[in-house]
Design a protein around this ligand. Sequence first.
Ligand code: NAD
Length: 494
Amino acid sequence: MRADWPAQMYIDGKWTDSVSGRTLAVTNPANSQELARVALANAEDVDRAVRAARKAFDEGPWPRLDPLDRGRYLFRLAERLRKHAENLAMTDTLNIGKPIRDTRSFDVPAAIELFESYAGLADKIAGRCHGTNPECVMFQIREPLGVIASIVPWNYPLLNAAIKLGPALACGNTVVFKPSELAPLSALMLVQMADEVGIPPGVINVINGLGSEIGSVLTGHPGVDKISFTGRLETGRAILETAKDGIKRVTLELGGKTPTIVFPDAPLDHVVNGALTGIFCCLGQVCVAGSRLLVHESQHDELVDRLVAKAKSLRQGDPMDERNHLGCIGVESHLRSIEQHVARAVAEKARLLIGGRRPEGPEYERGLYYQPTIFDRVTPDMAIARQEVFGPVLSILTFKDDDDAVRIANDTDFGLMANIWSADGGRALRVARRLRAGKIAINGGGWFRANTPMGGYKMSGIGTDLGLDEAIHEYTGNKTILYSIATEKMAWPE
Ligand code: NAD
């Protein structure tokens, strides 16, 4: 285990303590031990970081670089991350209790791929020319927006940092990045690597701090041009409030209540694996967690039996043990919130099939463990079917026909993602077009790639960081240039 995580903040290309000298303990949720102490920013630190990013944008080389060179920096950063992949995977696993098999196989490789993908985007940012007016050449160019305030949650520490930084940097912006106060370590390692590959001072600034103390200071700072936020719906609302005075651009990637619709013709072996991975991977602490399973009533008993049998076979324990499928909950307050959701579901008469409590045994005593939990006989009006639990809790609902499935699936304030399982491609596509969600996975096709946007419908957010055209749209501004080639002078005021 590494003991030398950077403890300071990174502002204007230098490692620095907080102005107040305050620090914050970062703990391992699997055993409650302190992993590190990091500097804790106050409003003055936020101001220092925004000023550094502002200066780097207004006067520095980054927005003016040949885009190919910007891409080369990002490629070098990706290479550096690859070299330290194991260390990064261990860091996120120790910090948030996610199984090492997941951070090794997904979180870190996906973060590396993101930087590679956006490195290649840097020189593909193009404008448009409108050739319809004989006396004027009219064209649009896309320019970097300015200083981006990027704020992320704790559930994918390194990957969330890559999602925010990759497109923003490729498009020529400078960034003040705020990791979650609960999981800042891998972002600090990332920026150390950015420093080593020579990304100029002020281009990336990383501040640690409590959202409740410095969140609105950062989002309301007049030096910030755009806010890119990922996190809870309630925090997103608070951010919109602070953004309004400065009329700042805002991207919000918020929560979800993903439905998984299983039609009777679906291959059940695949469905069982897909549904369990969808809800229990990262113990459901995923924005797109498939928390509502919609099963056709004719298939209910067979599918439920198979799901329960397979769920019981999942191994839960020390997240650092490669054999374990399930680790622990990342944050104590979330564990309490999961317990409250489960208690309410029981009170509302959902039928608890498995889980519903912390596992027992000496290996679980000091960690934030919670068992995978399945509720049957859930109805769309129950809180467990409506609210984001952000934990390992699956709700099973039944439907009669396609219309009924679509109605239940859409009966939520969220619209981040939906899953469909069916052997009938036409039916799957027809239903996909009726679902109100930003991303639809058919037969397990939920792959995460830099070039596929993730944004949500309804209260799941505004805009998206990922995607190619979408990223350019989000992270550049449009400038229209009207160049007269007229040979006659203007008629008026003669
Ligand atoms: P959170 O909203 O509590 O915190 C997210 C970040 O916001 C943290 O860095 C926090 O310090 C900061 N913050 C808190 N208050 C703030 C304020 N007033 N102003 C500015 N920043 C503030 O979320 P969380 O508990 O860390 O993460 C879980 C949530 O994130 C879930 O709802 C999940 O669905 C969502 N999420 C969404 C996506 C997506 O792509 N849509 C991805 C991952 C997680």
